[in-house]
Design a protein around this ligand. Structure first.
Ligand code: 13P
Length: 251
């Protein structure tokens, strides 16, 4: 009942032309795949061009961040209305790279999740612990703080489109994937938190992606876990071969 959802986070990569080429190749090779929901997240400057390439396809467009206002004196920011204007359906929020390098906090993540839900963009809200936090046995308390922080003040009626991505920071770009059991423990915990904040039925309907060194050869075992509903893919989403391989492995 939860449709698997695979999204490619292109991060700070690909100029407009290579981004359009990759999108075009994915569109062709993934034509007709309807058992998996698929999205790609190019940089802001390529969104408009990639949107045109993906028009009419089964691939959705995602931004990698947003600001919580639609307009005003906020130099350098991009708001929900602008993302919708270029054809975005999703937006990644609170990625660990934004938390680590760009001062993203639980409060700003919360404002962004609220703004995206209000505008009709589907938020892919990222949570995940650092290696020292895992080693200190603090994984679940960090995740609890991040989940509660992201969802503060968001009602049961507003939350259903939300997607959560569990990305253990030590697994991102390191080739060190979490074991299916390590991922499942946290995914189950996140679902329990959702059940406590909202209710078990709603918690059961929300998709929780895993992210961190996902590849065509490890996705299948991860997807066997009952609370794992897809993946947020970094490096392996930059090549059609590997991104398609991940989707075909489960589709
Ligand atoms: P990698 O797949 O490169 O480890 O990145 C994961 C990620 O950060 C996706 O958002």
């Amino acid at each position: 009942m939860r449709k698997p959802f695979i999204a490619g986070n292109w991060k700070l990569n690909l100029l407009t032309e290579p981004a359009m080429n990759l999108a075009g190749e994915l569109k062709n090779r993934l034509r007709g795949v309807d058992q998996v929901e698929i999205a790609v997240a190019p940089v802001f400057t390529a969104l408009s061009a990639v949107s045109k390439v993906l028009a009419g396809s089964n691939l959705g467009l995602s931004a990698q961040d947003l600001y919580w206002e639609d307009a005003g004196a906020f130099t350098g920011e991009v708001g929900p209305a602008m993302l919708k204007d270029v054809g975005c359906k999703y937006v990644i929020i609170g990625h660990s790279e934004r938390r680590q390098f760009f001062h993203e906090t639980d409060e700003s993540v919360n404002k962004k999740v609220k703004a995206s839900l209000k505008s009709g963009l589907i938020p892919i809200c990222c949570v995940g612990e650092l290696l020292p936090e895992r080693e200190a046995g603090k994984t679940l308390s960090v995740i609890e703080r991040q989940v509660k922080g992201a969802l503060a003040g968001i009602s049961k009626a507003e939350v259903p489109p939300l997607v959560i991505a569990y990305e253990p920071v030590w697994a991102i770009g390191t080739g060190k994937v979490a074991t299916p059991e390590q991922a499942q423990e946290v995914h189950q915990f996140i679902r329990k938190q959702l059940a406590l904040i909202y209710d078990p039925t709603l918690a059961d309907s929300i998709r929780i992606q895993y992210g961190g060194s996902v590849k065509p050869d490890n996705i299948k075992d991860l997807m066997k876990m009952p609370d794992l509903d897809g993946a947020l893919v970094g490096g392996a989403s930059l090549k059609a071969e590997t991104f398609v391989g991940i989707i075909k492995a489960i589709g």
